[in-house]
Write a protein that binds this ligand. Structure first.
Ligand code: PGA
Length: 248
């Protein structure tokens, strides 16, 4: 298998440190289960819980949900890459649609973050996806192309990037994209990468995200260009996380 399957739970603004501690203790069993099935697993907790989780189970992939592209400075409320690296955090989401919608992130600002993370030897999990209006207008591929072209501008080693296709209309709505739609766009993304990076495009893990649940994850995993899932709501409880792994 060219690409190892990957499951990432995006906790968003959920879980206190106490709740994270409970998940951390239960995560050894999740890791054992994932190892048996040859799946990489991880979570992106809020900043405050990163250290907590790293102390308990550093074998999980532990990522931040966002990062500033500059190493330090007068940017109240922001967290830098050296701060995360010091903790031992090696991944970060970039451009999640909630960041784009509520915090004005753009393809250009995402690009700065992707480049800064790669420069620091970290893994950016770059999120792309169209809004409902764009989907209904039939301009999904145009939107995705711009997000990929601009967001990954200047990236040399594309295999170090993980991409998540998350249609905005499917996130937290219970309206997951069909496996055909998800495969069509993930395949399209791989095609875009292939034009630019050749064979390396086949080493890039591309995830689907948006209302992925234990009862629908399998259909995505059967698709040739989908290598895993970025999961919000269904990643919060240990039981549901275990079911996701089981059904992948
Ligand atoms: P959801 O969120 O699984 O709750 O739809 C997905 C995401 O935002 O990554």
């Amino acid at each position: 298998m060219l690409r190892k399957k990957l499951l990432v739970g995006n906790w968003k603004m959920n879980k206190t440190m106490a709740e994270t501690t409970a998940f951390g203790h239960a995560s050894f069993e999740l890791l054992r289960q994932a190892k048996e099935k040859h799946i990489d697993i991880g979570v992106t907790p809020p900043y405050l819980s990163l250290q907590t989780l790293l102390n308990i189970n550093p074998k999980l992939i532990i990522g931040a949900q966002n990062v500033h592209h500059l190493p330090k400075g007068a940017y109240t409320g922001e967290v830098s890459i050296p701060m995360l690296k010091e903790l031992g955090v090696s991944w970060s989401l970039v451009g999640h649609s909630e960041r784009r919608t509520y915090f004005n992130e753009t393809d250009e600002s995402c690009n700065l973050k992707v480049l800064a993370l790669l420069e620091a030897g970290m893994t950016p999990l770059y999120c792309v996806g169209e809004t409902l209006t764009e989907f209904e207008k039939g301009v999904t591929k145009k939107v995705i192309k711009k997000q990929i072209d601009v967001g990954l501008k200047g990236v040399k080693d594309v295999k170090e990037v993980v991409i998540a296709y998350e249609p905005v209309w499917s996130i937290g709505t219970g309206k997951n994209a069909s496996k055909e739609i998800a495969e069509d766009i993930c395949g399209y993304i791989r095609g875009l990468l292939e034009k630019k990076y050749g064979a390396d495009a086949h080493l890039v893990r591309i995830l689907y995200g948006g209302s992925v649940k234990p009862n629908n994850i399998k259909e995505y995993m059967d698709m040739p260009n989908i290598d895993g899932a970025l999961v919000g709501g269904a990643s919060l409880s240990v039981e549901s996380y275990a079911e996701l792994i089981e059904n992948m």
